[in-house]
Design a protein around this ligand. Structure first.
Ligand SMILES: Nc1ncnc2c1ncn2[C@@H]1O[C@H](COP(=O)(O)OP(=O)(O)OP(=O)(O)O)[C@@H](O)[C@H]1O
Ligand SMILES: [Mg+2]
Length: 267
């Protein structure tokens, strides 16, 4: 494994003065997908916001290519090579596909790379993004992160609301991003799809890392994942496996979501 492109040590992040993320250590290597899993409300987005500068890192260090960035403004972190595909990020609907990419372009960022990864977008360069399918819009959102030529890309639940087939297609691209030498940090509700494309995994529960190890160790082990997500013995409402419908609430985290209907439960 190469030296980490992103390295966190003892990171704590608050939300509205409430401690949410505690003492997180995590590394992401170039050319690899590092998966971050956890139930609704576990603190995944808060952690990503802390890395990107949208939430304040209260203590600990965030290093990008060896340089501490946890006190930099978000745009400076982006300029230093950090791309962030935020949860529920959308396109500029009235701009064309190409305009969406151009407004995010920076440095060595290359639209041709995006069109190569997403031939669907190549064919629709002149179309308003609002007219694209949900999957194609997510491709534009990913493309916008790529045209800033990032060294590290954080992707927070890009599968939200998309059909499983489309999610699989996007996962293939995530693997290709890593293949280009980018360090990808992937948060995903479809745990198995993420574990298939990932190298190492971290599971967050109540803002703390409860597992760090190879993805292979968790792949297909629904019971273990469930225990890691919620603690205790397996019951209804575990991590979502591929093939289930996305978009619903999952899990029985205290203060969190209601358990999903039976047909959405993990196998
Ligand atoms: N802006 C906010 N102000 C106050 N509390 C917040 C805010 N955003 C999130 N929280 C709280 O922080 C905790 C972690 O939320 P977060 O969104 O980071 O979890 P998550 O793991 O990303 O969940 P999900 O899987 O639903 O996206 C939750 O208890 C949530 O209620
Ligand atoms: Mg989230």
């Amino acid at each position: 494994m190469e030296a980490p492109a992103l390295a966190l040590e003892g990171v704590a992040v608050d939300r509205a003065e409430v401690p949410v993320v505690h003492d997180v250590a995590l590394e992401a290597a170039p050319g690899e997908v590092t998966v971050v899993l956890g139930a609704n409300g576990a603190g995944k987005t808060t952690l990503m916001d802390g890395i990107a500068g949208l939430a304040r890192v209260k203590s600990g260090t965030v290093r990008l290519g060896g340089t501490a960035i946890e006190r930099l403004a978000p745009y400076k972190r982006a300029r230093a090579g950090l791309g962030y595909v935020e949860q529920a990020r959308t396109t500029f609907r009235t701009l064309t596909v190409e305009q969406n990419l151009l407004v995010s372009q920076r440095g060595d960022g290359d639209l041709a790379t995006v069109y190569r990864l997403f031939p669907e977008l190549d064919k629709r360069r002149g179309l308003q993004a609002g007219h694209l399918s949900g999957g194609e819009q997510q491709m534009v959102v990913l493309g916008r992160a790529l045209v800033s030529a990032p060294k590290v890309v954080l992707i927070d639940e890009m599968s939200l609301g998309l059909a499983p087939l489309v999610v699989r297609r996007l996962m293939t691209t995530v693997g290709e991003l890593a293949g280009m030498g980018i360090a990808v940090v992937l948060i995903e509700q479809f745990a198995n799809l993420a574990l298939d494309v990932g190298t190492s995994a971290h599971v967050l529960r109540k803002g703390r890392i409860v597992f760090s190890g190879p993805c292979a160790e968790l792949r297909g082990d629904e019971r273990r994942l469930h225990r890691l997500y919620f603690g205790g013995a397996p019951s209804a409402g575990g991590p979502r496996s591929d093939g289930a419908e996305p978009g619903g609430a999952e899990g029985a985290e205290p203060g969190g979501a209601t358990p999903p209907p039976a047909e959405r439960e993990a196998r």
